[in-house]
Every structure is written in C-alpha cells, then in structure tokens.
Design a protein around this ligand. Structure first.
Ligand code: CA
Length: 226
C-alpha cells in the first residue's frame, strides 16, 4: 500500500488532498511544518511526499534539500502558490520530482503522484492472487473470478495487508497500524466492522466454499497461501 506524506500548513487544503488521496486507496499522513516533516521522514517510510514551499519555520525547499542530503529517496511533488519559472527551477534543483501550482485540480495531483511513483518499466506488476481473488497493487483493483469487486478504500487496504502477509496471522493492532496508520485511536470494533463488510464482498455467497479470511480467535486474521 502506498503511503503519502502531505506537508502543508493550510488545513483546508491538506484536508481536501487527504480525503481525495484516501478515496484513491492511499494511506495518508499530514504534517504542518518543515521540521515536523523532517522528523517524520526520519522515522517513517513514505512512497511519495506532497510538499508545500511556503511553510512555517523551515521552507519546503529546505525540507527537500535536507531530506535528499540524508539519502531520502521518496519522490517529491512540490505544491505551491508561486508560479514563476525561478521557483520551479529551485524546486527541481533541490531534488523534487515534479511541481504543481495551486490551486490544483485533485485529479491532476493524483495523476502526477502516480507518475512520479511509477516503478521502472522492468519492475514486475504486483498482483496478489489467492483462491479466486486477485489484487493488483498498481491498478488498485480487486477481481473475484475475473470480475471487478468494488471495495471502499479501507476495505482495499485491509485485503492488501492480509494478502501481502498471506500465511501469517495479523493482529487487529497490526492491521490498525497498516491501514489507519500509527497513533490512530481506532477501536477493534471498527476493524471488525470493516472486516465484515470486506468479507461480504469477496467471499462466496453460497456458503460451501472455505472462508478466504480466517478469524484466528484471540490472535487476529489470516489469509492462507494457496
Ligand atoms: Ca503554505
């Protein structure tokens, strides 16, 4: 699952971007200033960073430069109100991958993110397949016996987490970490309710097939390898 860090001090904007990216199945964290961003980037791994330039404390350019200086490799999409050629060049010179001027279209933003996160052409497409279920991590698509299943974002991420760890039991706490992010104050009941909903969409209605997702009492959930 792709983790995105948004560094943006305008809450209305970061909230809108977060909601949009979550609806596209990304796991999103938001920080509001440059120093917190660097601190977060030193602790956690992200697949891409959406970085505002005008930030309190440390500027976005400085965040970008320092992150690259310590070997940070996640692709960076700079987001800023400034539209002059000079600031664009500054951004790209300090190690950013792309540049988007505010106000930006959210579809344009996610298209640019997909482009900068795209793996090299030689890298294999990752498709997890267990029983009659296939999950394509690049297309963000799930198929059951070849037909597309429409999942909500958290259902997709739960299934992805279980498939990536097929053969291992994932505890509810671990699933909360993977799907909702650490520091989440989510209760186990919420996970159970999402799990029920996911199961109703991907498991056979007829009842004679085995359950794809097994509940291991007192330990968590498991998808067996084929
Ligand atoms: Ca700003």
């Amino acid at each position: 699952m792709s983790r995105i860090l948004i560094v943006e001090d305008e809450r209305g904007l970061s909230g809108a971007i977060k909601d949009w990216l979550e609806s596209q199945f990304y796991l999103v964290s938001v920080v509001e200033d440059g120093l917190t961003a660097l601190e977060r980037l030193s602790r956690d791994t992200f697949d891409a960073i959406v970085l505002d330039l005008m930030l309190p404390g440390l500027s976005g350019l400085e965040v970008c430069r320092r992150y690259r200086d310590v070997g940070g490799a996640a692709p960076i999409l700079i987001l800023t109100a400034r539209s002059t050629l000079a600031s664009k060049e500054d951004g790209l010179d300090c190690g950013a991958d792309d540049y988007l001027v505010k106000p930006c279209d959210l579809r344009e933003l996610s298209a640019r993110l997909r482009a900068i996160m795209r793996r090299p052409a030689s890298a294999p497409i990752v498709v997890f397949k267990v029983s009659d279920i296939e999950l394509d991590t690049n297309a963000r698509q799930v198929r059951k016996s070849g037909r597309i299943v429409h999942l909500l974002p958290k259902e997709f991420l739960l299934l992805e987490a279980l498939l990536m760890n097929a053969g291992s039991v994932l505890s509810v706490e671990r699933l909360i970490d993977l799907v909702w992010g650490t520091n989440s104050s989510l209760t186990p009941d919420t996970v159970r309710s999402h799990m029920r909903s996911l199961r109703s969409k991907i498991e056979s209605e007829r009842g004679h097939g085995r359950c794809l997702i097994r509940t291991i009492h007192g330990r968590g959930y498991l998808i067996e390898r084929d």
